[in-house]
Each structure stands twice: as structure tokens, then as C-alpha cells.
Design a protein around this ligand. Structure first.
Ligand code: AMP
Ligand code: MG
Length: 347
């Protein structure tokens, strides 16, 4: 079984092809960083037009990379939400058109499910597992029980963690996208230089909050502007921000592991996914936490943490082999929670 996956929900246009032997046969990503950079963030209209410009050619290139024609493809998967609706419509419509013309099954993939299942493509992780999903638009702790079966333990009550990196980078004048720039700058700074707040970490449960941290950083930057120029300010602030974010993520994930231990849940793996999981400092901290709780830590390689087509193709394959296919009137959805049919877990 071989699936082709289209990803267009934010600012990467991506096409991947995977097979049921967990091989990635193609993984083409065309980033739109250059288009959005002058605006310091993603402009939805520009993103949608760029997806439209690039997607068909990227499909062609991916097929060439894989050395395959459409006759070898078993199903077409496309991110159908959540995301910026213009881009989601471009990907979903392209996927449906290919499926219709080639008479192939169409799979409407939830972008969050694609991140959630990537660890099964890369490391063959068995269900159930604890997932920390950390990206530009999301920050959640979930139990991945099965394909399409998720239990949310905690979520952000304000900003996503990637947003905190991106806005932090903007405040520090580092540009866009913020996460990788903060990580590079942090390597030159002192993580203990500034003590920043860690919202909610003194409370039980697994919810996250980042808006207070962002405000504290803004105040720090304002204060610095009134003082003598300090060449180590930006690296020190970047290192302190990254350190604080890692502490928050570890604190909340520890609570999730504790809660699952109290429930006697058989959870042997902690998985991190989404763009922020590309951050080495965060990975190292989660690795230590996992060792403390005697669970295996898995994080996909950085290029499979950020948005890509292989993860969409893989989520499509997981669904296709269970017979979970969609009709060609499947909606494009700006919002699409993973646990929409499940009650939020207590605690
Ligand atoms: P996604 O929403 O999954 O595409 O992830 C994009 C988000 O991940 C953006 O907010 C990026 O700033 C963030 N990101 C990407 N790489 C890193 C990194 N190395 N460290 C921290 N955040 C990152
Ligand atoms: Mg994403």
C-alpha cells in the first residue's frame, strides 16, 4: 500500500509519499518563509496563493523522487484542517481532484493526527502512548489510544507554545520564524540570566499558559531599551526564554505521567511532535523526564516534526488500511479538535 499526502495548512507546501513498510519514498517541502518574512508572520492570503502556485508541481516532483506513477498509488490524503482555510482548501481540492480523476480513495486528514501518528512512521510506536503536541498553533498533552481515538489531558488556555517562540523572537528583533532563531541565539546566552514566569506550573493538571511569559519578556525588552546597550542581552533573553518554555513543558508532562501512573495506565512511551519538538534543548529535557518515569522517549527527526507531506501520507495510510476513507464532499475545516467526540479528561 502506498499513499500520497498533501500538506497546505499553514506556510509549508508539502507532498509526501510513504508505503506500508514505513518507508518514506518522497518528502518534498517548499517553504514560504521568504514570502512571509517581511510581515514578521504568516499572511493567510499570501499563503493560500503560494500553495496554489506550487502544489501541482510539487506533486510531480514527489512522484519523480519516488520513481512512481499514479497507477502505483493506493490513496490520496490531504490535510483538511485545522489550519488557515485558504491553504486547506487548496490542498483538499487538489487531493480530491486527483482522487476523482484516478478513481482513488480520498482521505481527509486532521493535521494534528498527522503530527500525532508520525512516531509510528519513524519508530513504529505501539498504542497507547502519551503525546506532547507542540506546534505553531497548538500545545496539548494527549493519550493517543488508536487512530481517531484521543484523550486530551491538557491544552493551552491562551497561546500556543510555537507562538511564544515566534512572538519572543519578534520582540528580540530576531525575525521569523522564531523557534529556530531563538534556539540558535540561545546557544550563545546564559539561560539563568533572567528569571521569567512559568504560568500554571504551581497548579495541578496538565493545562498550559504562555501569555504571562510573553508579557514578561516584553517588559524586559522595554526596560533594556532604557538602559545602556548590552551586547549579551539578546542571547541571554533568548536562552532564558527557551529555558523557561522547556521547564513549563516538562512540568506539565510530568503531571500527565503522574496522572497516568495513578490510573495504572500501561503507557510505555512519551512522544513529542510538532514544530517545537525540533528544539534540541526541549528534546533533551523531555528525554531526562522520560528516563525518570521509565518510559521510552521518541521524537521524530526535526524535519518530520515541522510540517511535511510524509506525515499526512502516513496518517492517510493508517486510515486507509482500516477502511477509514472519506467522500469527496469532505469539508475543509479551519477548526478541528482531535478529541471532538470525547469528553475532556478530568484532572
Ligand atoms: P508547526 O506548526 O508544526 O509547523 O511548527 C511551527 C512552529 O514550530 C513555529 O512556531 C516555529 O517557530 C516552531 N519551531 C520550529 N523549529 C523550532 C525550534 N528549533 N525550536 C523551537 N520552536 C521551533
Ligand atoms: Mg503543524
Amino acid at each position: 500500500m502506498i499513499t500520497l499526502g498533501l500538506e497546505t495548512s499553514c506556510d509549508e507546501t508539502a507532498v509526501g509519499i510513504v508505503d506500508d513498510g514505513r518507508r518514506i519514498l518522497a518528502n518534498r517541502v517548499a517553504s514560504q518563509v521568504a514570502e512571509h518574512e517581511p510581515y514578521g508572520g504568516v499572511v493567510p492570503e499570501i499563503a493560500a496563493r503560494a500553495h496554489l502556485d506550487r502544489l501541482d508541481n510539487l506533486v510531480k516532483l514527489a512522484l519523480v523522487d519516488a520513481g512512481l506513477g499514479f497507477e502505483k498509488i493506493s490513496g490520496i490524503a490531504a490535510t483538511s484542517g485545522p489550519g488557515l482555510i485558504g491553504g486547506v482548501m487548496v490542498g483538499s481540492m487538489t487531493g480530491k481532484a486527483i482522487a476523482a480523476v484516478r478513481n482513488l480513495p480520498f482521505i481527509a486528514v486532521n493535521h494534528l493526527e498527522a503530527h500525532a501518528l508520525t512516531a509510528r512512521l519513524t519508530d513504529d510506536v505501539a498504542f497507547p502512548y502519551l503525546l506532547l503536541l507542540v506546534s505553531g498553533g497548538h500545545c496539548q498533552l494527549l493519550v493517543v489510544c488508536d487512530v481517531g481515538d484521543y484523550r486530551v489531558l491538557g491544552t493551552t488556555i491562551d497561546d500556543a507554545v510555537g507562538e511564544c517562540f515566534d512572538k519572543g523572537a519578534k520582540l528580540l528583533g530576531l525575525g521569523y520564524p522564531g523557534g529556530p532563531l531563538i534556539e540558535q541565539m540561545a546557544a550563545k546566552g546564559n539561560a539563568k540570566a533572567f528569571e521569567l514566569p512559568q504560568p500554571l506550573t504551581d497548579r495541578p493538571g496538565c493545562d498550559f499558559s504562555f501569555s504571562g511569559l510573553k508579557t514578561a519578556l516584553r517588559m524586559l525588552v522595554t526596560q533594556q531599551k532604557q538602559e545602556q546597550p548590552n551586547p549579551s542581552f539578546v542571547p541571554d533573553a533568548a536562552a532564558s526564554l527557551q529555558f523557561t518554555i522547556a521547564e513549563i513543558l516538562v512540568n506539565r508532562t510530568r503531571n500527565a505521567l503522574k496522572q497516568l501512573a495513578l490510573e495504572n495506565a500501561t503507557m510505555t512511551t512519551l512522544v513529542a511532535a510538532g514544530g517545537v519538538a525540533a528544539n534540541q534543548a526541549i528534546r533533551e529535557n523531555l528525554q531526562k523526564l522520560a528516563a525518570e518515569y521509565h518510559v521510552t522517549f521518541v521524537a521524530p527527526p526535526p524535519e518530520l516534526c515541522t510540517d511535511n507531506g510524509a506525515m499526512v501520507a502516513w496518517a492517510g495510510l493508517e486510515r486507509l488500511r482500516r477502511g477509514m476513507i472519506d467522500t469527496l464532499d469532505a469539508a475543509a475545516r479551519p477548526r478541528w479538535p482531535l478529541d471532538e467526540n470525547v469528553k475532556k479528561a478530568s484532572g
